[in-house]
Design a protein around this ligand. Structure first.
Ligand code: NDP
Length: 295
């Protein structure tokens, strides 16, 4: 099966690494060509010079880009894939995108005989390296069946969320909850630090109690208390995800004051800390406001 993979970023590259083997025939493209050339050397696959060249004649195209805006640009832009994908091919968009844009891309491709599913992932860069990602997809079952072996190469839990755009919606809400956990856990630990409770003692109890989350069990102990803050998932991307969740809530007239407030706080954190830092660094706004460091 011929596959083109577009977007070798923090999570795109480890996902693509699982497709660089039989029975797949992989070609990669990345905006910064040095990354695709290095990937091609390491995995003995072909690097294309343009998106159009990459997708020409392939059965499945996978995009893994920051947001739906970049997917649209790769579809329509100069040397874009719109006119270059063959009829009957499928675009699997692993970007954490937004539902309306995914639906409009699906409609446009559909008019040219190309199928689309949104297939955002969770599990982080470690899950991508291990090939154990959770994949939440939106679209038609018959389309999914054609790309199932490709998704199974990097996904462990694979769930049909609903029609096109549903995978994006589910991913945005999951990440909105992650954003809430990061800020609320940091705020809770700040209260406890001022009350004289060591953050490690606090987490020991919280993680054996009902306040626990992946943030309290893994992110804060491994990344904040150590002050290591490794970059695996940019804060700018989580800001984008919670923004998608808030817009979706507004579009659907769902009242979500907590998610809206957290979205505002993440915009603020992004403005202060920049686009390149890791998402967990958002705790620094809580630390700065309270003049303390959680360590
Ligand atoms: P990165 O920022 O690490 O990589 C983004 C990729 O998109 C790079 O290949 C970059 O190319 C490319 N890109 C950026 N802008 C453009 C553009 N205008 N045109 C073409 N290509 C472009 O992101 P991630 O790999 O971390 O994330 C990708 C998607 O996966 C996002 O939607 C994210 O929310 C989601 N995700 C990420 C997770 C993670 O742990 N990192 C976990 C789950 C989902 P270049 O190299 O030239 O910059």
């Amino acid at each position: 099966m011929k596959i083109a993979f577009l977007g070798l970023g923090d999570i795109g590259a480890p996902i693509a690494s699982h497709l660089a083997r039989e029975p797949f025939d992989l070609v990669v493209w990345n905006r910064t060509s040095s990354k695709s050339e290095e990937f091609a050397r390491n995995y003995k696959v072909r690097a294309a010079r343009t998106p159009a060249e990459a997708v020409s004649g392939v059965d499945v195209v996978i995009t893994c880009l920051p947001s739906s805006a970049e997917v649209e640009a790769v579809v329509h832009g100069e040397n874009g894939i719109l006119g270059a994908m063959r009829k009957g091919a499928v675009l699997v968009d692993c970007t954490s995108g937004d539902p309306p844009t995914s639906r409009s891309i699906a409609a446009e491709l559909g008019g040219r005989g190309v199928e689309f599913i949104d297939a955002p992932v969770s599990g982080g860069t470690s899950g991508a390296k291990a090939g154990t990602l959770t994949v939440m997809w939106g679209g038609e079952e018959t389309v999914f069946q054609r790309v199932k072996p490709v998704i199974e190469a990097f996904g462990k839990k694979i769930v049909h969320a609903g029609p096109v755009g549903s995978g994006d919606a589910l991913k945005a809400v999951n990440n909105a909850l992650l954003a809430v956990h990061i800020l609320s856990t940091a705020e809770g630990l700040a209260i406890l630090a001022k009350a004289g409770v060591d953050p490690r003692v606090a987490l020991d109890v919280i993680n054996a109690s009902s306040g626990r989350s992946n943030t309290s069990e893994n992110l804060i102990p491994q990344r904040v208390l150590t002050r290591e803050f490794p970059r695996t998932f940019r804060l700018a991307l989580l800001d984008k995800d919670i923004g998608i969740a808030s817009v979706l809530a507004e579009d659907l007239s769902v009242s979500t004051p907590l998610i809206t407030l957290t979205a505002d706080r993440f915009h603020e954190a992004r403005k202060k800390l920049g686009d390149q830092v890791d998402h967990v660094e958002a705790v620094k706004i809580v630390e700065e406001e309270n003049r303390l460091e959680l360590k």
